[in-house]
Ligand binder design. Structure first.
Ligand code: CTP
Length: 395
C-alpha cells in the first residue's frame, strides 16, 4: 500500500477503538491515513490518540475554519485513493444510503469520487433489521463495497453477525481494492440501454435495446479496477457491483449526464440512443376523428460524436455500431465521423437485441478483428481487457 492515501472515517460504535489498530496496520504497510472522526466516534476514541497514531490532524467538523482553510471538505473527499468507513454504524450507512450531508463524514461520502469500502459493526438485531439490509443494498448499488461483519459474541452480550471483521480481513479487503487492477485510478464512462423520447405524457419513441451489453461492459471494467460511471437508459437490470449508475430517460438527459461525468480516461458508448425526438405535446394526444397527428421529428445530439470531439476528450473513446448491412465499411466510416478510436461493430440483422450472445468485430485505425460469436459477457470481458492493455501501454 506504499504511496496510497486512505481517508478513514470512524463512526460512533464500540468497535471504534479497533480502528486505532487499523490505522497502525495501514501505516505499517506504507499508507498515509487521513482520519475523520464523527461526533459519536469521538465518544469512543480520542482525537489525540488517533492523531498520534495517524501522524495527521483529525478532522471532525464541517464547520472548523482552520481545517477548511487547510483543506476544504470537497478537496479532502477526493484527496484519497480509497475511503474506508470503519466502523460503519447503522446510522452512518443509513445517512450515506440516503445521500445526507449533515456532518463531515456524510458530506465526504456524498462528495467523494474515489472508491468506498464500508466495514460494518453493530448489534446483531440492528444488522439484521430490514432497514439496515435495505440501506446496504442501496449502498452496493451505488458502487460502495460493504464488507460482511463477523459472527460471534458482541460487546452487548448478544450473539450473531455484527462484530467488526478481524483487522487482517479488513487489511485484505483494502489490499483487494488496490489489487491486480490494471484500471485502478481510471475513470470509465459507459452508456447503456435505449433512450425514450416522449411524444406526449403517456407515449414515447423507444427501441429494443436491453442494456445487457453496456451493463456487462461496465461490470467488466469495474472488475479491472476502473471507477465506472454508467449512464443508463430505461432498463430493468441490476447495477453491477462497484459501478456508479446514473439513470436517464431521453437522449438529451444522457448527453447532460455524460458531460457531467467528465473528465474520464475511457468512454464506451454502448447506448442505442434514439436518433430523433418529437416535440412532445404537453397534453395526451386525443383521437378526434380527424387525421392522425403528424410527428415532427428533430435530430437528437450525437453523444458519441460529442465525446469524441470534446475538449476534455477521454484518452480512449469506444463506440458501437449496430448495422444490418455493410457492417465493416459502415463501422469504419462511423469511427472516423464520430471521432472514436475503436468501434465495436455488431451485426443486428440476426436479431441480437435482448439476446445473450452476438458476433462482434473490433474496428480500429489498424483494421478489423473478427471476435467471432460470443456471449455479451465474454465480449465485455475481452473488450475491458483490451482497454486495460491499451491504457497500460499508452505513454
Ligand atoms: N450514438 C450516440 N448518440 C446518438 C446516436 C448514436 O452516442 N445520438 C452512439 C451509440 O451509442 C453508438 C454509436 O453512436 O456507440 C453508433 O450508433 P448507431 O445507432 O449504430 O449509429 P447512428 O449514429 O445512429 O448511425 P446510423 O443510424 O446512420 O447507422
Amino acid at each position: 500500500m506504499h504511496g496510497k492515501t486512505i481517508l478513514l472515517i470512524i463512526g460512533g460504535g464500540i468497535a471504534a477503538f479497533k480502528a486505532l489498530e487499523l490505522v497502525r496496520e495501514l501505516r505499517r504497510s506504507g499508507a498515509r491515513v487521513l482520519p475523520v472522526l464523527t461526533e459519536n466516534g469521538a465518544r469512543f476514541v480520542t482525537p489525540l490518540s488517533l492523531a498520534a497514531l495517524a501522524g495527521e490532524p483529525v478532522r471532525a467538523s464541517l464547520w472548523d475554519l482552520e481545517d477548511e482553510a487547510a483543506m476544504g471538505h470537497i478537496q479532502l473527499s477526493r484527496a484519497a485513493d480509497l475511503v474506508v468507513v470503519c466502523p460503519a454504524t447503522a446510522d452512518l450507512m443509513a445517512r450515506a444510503a440516503g445521500g445526507h450531508a449533515n456532518d463531515l463524514a456524510a458530506t465526504l461520502l456524498l462528495a467523494t469520487d474515489t472508491p468506498v469500502l464500508m466495514v460494518p459493526a453493530m448489534n446483531v438485531r440492528m444488522w439484521l433489521h430490514p432497514g439496515t439490509q435495505r440501506n446496504i443494498s442501496v449502498l452496493r448499488s451505488d458502487g460502495i463495497t460493504v464488507m460482511l461483519p463477523d459472527d460471534g459474541e458482541m460487546a452487548c452480550g448478544e450473539f450473531g453477525p455484527g462484530r467488526l471483521p478481524e483487522i487482517s480481513a479488513i487489511m485484505a479487503a483494502i489490499a483487494d481494492q488496490f489489487g491486480n487492477k490494471p484500471l485502478a485510478g481510471r475513470h470509465a464512462l459507459v452508456t447503456a440501454g435505449p433512450t425514450h423520447e416522449p411524444i406526449d405524457p403517456v407515449r414515447f419513441i423507444g427501441n429494443h435495446s436491453s442494456g445487457k451489453q453496456g451493463f456487462a461492459i461496465a461490470a467488466a471494467l469495474a472488475e479491472l479496477g476502473a471507477q465506472v460511471t454508467l449512464v443508463a437508459g430505461p432498463v430493468h437490470l441490476p447495477t453491477p457491483a462497484g459501478v456508479r449508475r446514473v439513470d436517464i430517460v431521453t437522449a438529451r438527459d444522457m448527453q447532460a449526464a455524460c458531460a457531467a461525468a467528465l473528465p474520464a480516461d475511457i468512454a464506451v458508448m454502448v447506448a442505442a440512443v434514439a436518433d430523433w425526438r418529437a416535440e412532445a405535446a404537453g397534453q395526451k394526444l386525443k383521437k378526434d376523428g380527424g387525421a392522425p397527428p403528424a410527428l415532427a421529428l428533430v435530430e437528437n445530439p450525437d453523444i458519441l460524436a460529442g465525446i469524441g470531439h470534446h475538449a476534455q476528450r477521454p484518452a480512449l473513446v469506444v463506440g458501437f455500431a449496430a448495422e444490418t448491412s455493410n457492417l465493416l465499411a459502415n463501422a469504419a466510416a462511423k469511427r472516423v465521423r464520430k471521432g472514436a478510436d475503436w468501434i465495436v461493430a455488431n451485426d443486428v440483422s440476426v436479431g441480437v437485441f435482448g439476446a445473450d450472445a452476438n458476433h462482434v468485430h473490433l474496428v480500429t485505425a489498424a483494421g478489423n478483428e473478427d471476435w467471432g460469436p460470443a456471449t455479451k459477457q465474454a465480449a465485455a470481458q475481452r473488450l475491458a481487457q483490451r482497454i486495460a492493455d491499451h491504457i497500460g501501454a499508452a505513454p
